[in-house]
Every structure is written in C-alpha cells, then in structure tokens.
Design a protein around this ligand. Structure first.
Ligand code: HEM
Length: 427
C-alpha cells in the first residue's frame, strides 16, 4: 500500500467536529483553509477531542489514545507541568510509544524527563546561549549572502526550498558540529527521511517507513561517531570536540548520546528553520503590503516580523506528552497513561488570544505564540539561532531581491511537520 493521499475532489467536506479524524493521513493532505476550519471547530468544543491510537505504528506498544489540545491555554499549562505531562515514557515526537530499537537513534533529550533531560540539556546548552550565537552571527550572515549570490546566478524559476530555505540551517548545523561540506547532501537526504517518512516522495511504501527511519538514524549516527573519534584524538573548536571531551565541569556525552543528540539537532534545527523561511516567503508573497512595511524599516521591524512568521508557520505541528497521574486541567480530567498532543499550529491561531489570528501582521504585539514550544523545560534550545538565521536570510533576500515571489507551495504529507517540500520562486 502506498501513502498517496485521496484525490482532493473525492474528499468529504468537514462540517462539524465529528467529521474530523486527526489519524487520517488524508486530513493532513487537505489545504490550509480546510485545516484552519477543522481546528477552529476543535477549539470550539467544550473539551478537547479524544482520538484512538493511530492504526499505523512503528511496532511499539499501542496505547489508549490521545486528547488533542488545541487551545493556547491548555498548551501553556501542560508545558508548564512536566511532572504530570511528561516527554519520556515513549517519547514526545511520536503518537505511539517509540519501540526500543528506535530509542538508540531518536531517544535524545526531547524524549526524556528530568533529571536525565536536565543533564543533557546542561551539557549542550552552552553552545546555544545568545552570547555564543552572537559569535556565529558573521558566519550566518556570510552564509545567507552566499546563498543569495548563488540564487542570482541560478536565476528565477528555481526551487526556493532546496536552493534557498534548506541551505542556511543545514550549513550552520554542519559547521557547528564540524561536518565537512562534502557531507551536507548526505545529511540533508537523511533528515528528509527522518521528518518526511510519511510523504511518498521520501518513502514510497508505508510498510518501509520503520526500516527507512532506522537506516537514516544509523547512518547519521555513524557519520558523527566517526567524526567524534577524530576529535577525541585531535580536538578542534567545534561542538563535537567540546561534547566528547570533558569540559570545564568534567561532563561529556557518551558515543550513543552524541549520536542521538546530533540526530535531534539535524532534524530539529534543519527542517523547522527551513520551513519557517519557506512559509515566510510565501506569506510575504501573498501579503505585499506587509512586505512593503518590512522594506521601509527592515532592522526595526525584523524582531516582530520573525515572531509572526514563526507563529503562522508553526513548523512543528505538535509534541506529545504522557499523563503520569490522574489530573484536572482547565476543567477537564486527564487519566494516567493517556496521551495529550500539544497542537502548536492550532494554538497559534486561537482567537481567544490572537486578534484576527489568520492575518499576517509583521507588527503584531503582543505575540505570545508557541511555535518554539510552550514555557517549560523543553522550550526550543535553538530558538535564538533560528531567529538569527531567519533574520539573516530575509535581510539578504529583501535587500538584494526585494521583488522575489514564491509560487504555490507543494506541501509535505505529515501530521508532525508543517512542511513545504518545493516551491518555485520568481524575481
Ligand atoms: C523556526 C525554527 C524552530 C522551531 C519552530 C522549533 C520548534 C521546537 C519545538 C516546538 C520544540 C519542542 C518543545 C517542547 O517539547 O516543549 C523544540 C525543541 C528543541 N529544538 Fe527547536 N525549533 C526550531 C529551531 C531549532 C534549531 C535551529 C535548533 C538547533 C540547532 C533546535 C533545537 C532544538 C532542541 C535541541 C530541542 C529539544 C529541547 C529539549 O528537549 O530540551 N530547534 N523546538
């Protein structure tokens, strides 16, 4: 069986919340307007909708199903309360529990609770403070400038995703880790499989998804472990060297921890930022008055514009939590062992919090979006870096190709990542 979605003409219309099945792959192939309508219906329910476990699993134990948290207030509260809504015990990045063999590659800190999570986060977070990111600023700016040089050489009609949006985050993460340029393509292809496995462009048969994920995980791990062996002998100033050699506090990562952390960085840092840039380009294309506003004062308006892009792009659609004990939250009961899905994309459109939520407004203030996650121990470690990269990319684009426009996006078929696979650009 392939994962091809139903012909859009044959889909039934969603008229009430009862028509919505978030486990149906077809739902995720629907256009944005239908998705927006569906999540509005879910937000208006008296209590979060409950869905059974999806039929598709990677072979792990299936559970009792999940509550779809779609309101901003629920996501904030669940994120703040990791003792009740935990990220470990099966993982935060998947609905069915992750089978043991996957944990080797995909079991990094995003899928852990404190104290294990806190230890790993402490070791790696030194690389992500605003001060450290500042040191990277000139590298990020130079890389964005080179990408635009090459875009101008390639000329209009090319794929904005592969020629522009994907390249900056890929280069920055590889540079941070010390991965040489010859391996960029290898990393790019594997990260597409890890986050795009449900799309037939990356894995054509659904039955092959588990194997494809494990192979991609193993290959990425091998790449960084080979590098780590070199850096243990001869350290350089890259992140791999500092993670495998005891730092000032005497802490270091084991080979397995380094492998799964690298996979987390590659997937968390690449696809997300790539999709924010692609969605941002599309938003500026369909909202020319916002582009004009931004061009009037790029630096002054950039901080709010970036938050607004991340709000509407919401590249990570959801994260999962498991309920550790019976608990009442915002008037609803959650039972031990059930799962909740924190739908950031939906919370970022919650009309209880955002005025005219579907409007792209680069001056929006306040903008308490949850695109980088809610307040809590797992809040995105790469948020400063991502903001920096998105700003650098739009600074170069709007300065040197101010008239650039994006075509219709070709969407990734995924319930987890709000992705754009391809999108032409004209200028
Ligand atoms: C626009 C770009 C990005 C978005 C939308 C995004 C979104 C997120 C979200 C939603 C989470 C999970 C929060 C939770 O479970 O509560 C997360 C965690 C994480 N992100 Fe990002 N991210 C982005 C860029 C990056 C970058 C550039 C990096 C690194 C290079 C990165 C590294 C991480 C890591 C390591 C975690 C796990 C943190 C933990 O478990 O403590 N992200 N991100």
């Amino acid at each position: 069986m392939t994962t091809q979605p139903t012909d859009p003409g044959k889909r039934t219309a969603i008229t009430s919340a009862a028509d919505i099945d978030l486990n149906d792959w077809d739902f995720w192939g629907r256009p944005d307007e239908e998705r927006e309508h569906a999540f509005r219906l879910l937000r208006d329910l008296d209590k979060p909708a409950f869905f059974p476990e999806p039929e598709f699993s990677l072979g792990g134990i299936t559970g009792p199903g999940y509550h779809a948290l779609v309101r901003h207030a629920d996501i904030l509260e669940a994120s703040r309360n990791p003792e009740v809504f935990c990220s470990g015990d099966g993982g935060a990045t998947n609905i069915p529990d992750l089978p043991a063999e996957f944990a080797e590659y995909f079991g990094s800190m995003i899928n852990m609770d404190d104290p294990r999570h806190a230890r790993l986060r402490r070791i790696v977070s030194r690389a992500f403070t605003p001060k450290m990111i500042k040191q990277f600023e000139s590298d990020v700016d130079a890389a964005a400038s080179r990408i635009v040089d090459e875009l101008l050489e390639t000329g209009p009609g090319c794929d904005f995703v592969t020629e522009v949006a994907a390249r900056l985050p890929l280069k920055i993460i590889c540079d941070m880790m010390g991965i040489p340029e010859k391996d960029y393509r290898f990393v790019f292809d594997r990260s597409n499989i890890v986050l795009g496995a449900t799309d037939p462009e990356y894995v054509s048969e659904r039955a092959d998804i588990a194997h494809a994920l494990l192979t991609a995980g193993m290959e990425l791990q091998q790449l960084v472990q080979d590098l780590a062996a070199l850096r243990m002998e001869t350290p350089t100033d890259d992140l791999t060297s500092s993670l495998v050699n005891a730092n000032i506090d005497g802490e270091r990562l084991t080979a397995q921890e380094l492998g799964s952390f690298f996979i987390l960085l590659v997937v968390a840092g690449n696809e997300t930022t790539r999709n924010a840039i692609s969605h941002g380009m599309r938003l500026l294309t369909v909202n020319p008055e916002q582009r004009r506003l931004w061009l009037e004062d790029f630096e002054g308006r950039a901080p709010r514009a970036i938050e607004e892009i991340v709000r509407l792009a919401a590249p990570v659609n959801y994260m999962r939590r498991k309920v550790t004990r019976d608990h009442e939250m915002n008037g609803n009961l959650y039972r031990k062992g059930e799962k909740v899905l924190l739908y950031y994309w939906a919370a970022n459109r919650d009309e209880r919090v955002f005025d005219d939520p579907l409007r792209f407004d680069i001056r929006r203030d306040p903008n308490p979006h949850v695109g980088f996650g809610g307040p809590g121990p797992h809040f995105c470690l790469g948020a400063h870096l991502a903001r920096r990269e998105i700003t650098a990319m739009f600074r170069e684009l709007l300065r040197r190709v101010p008239q650039i426009e994006a075509g219709e996006p070709e969407r990734l078929l995924s319930s987890f990542i709000n992705g754009i696979k391809h999108m032409t650009c004209e200028f």
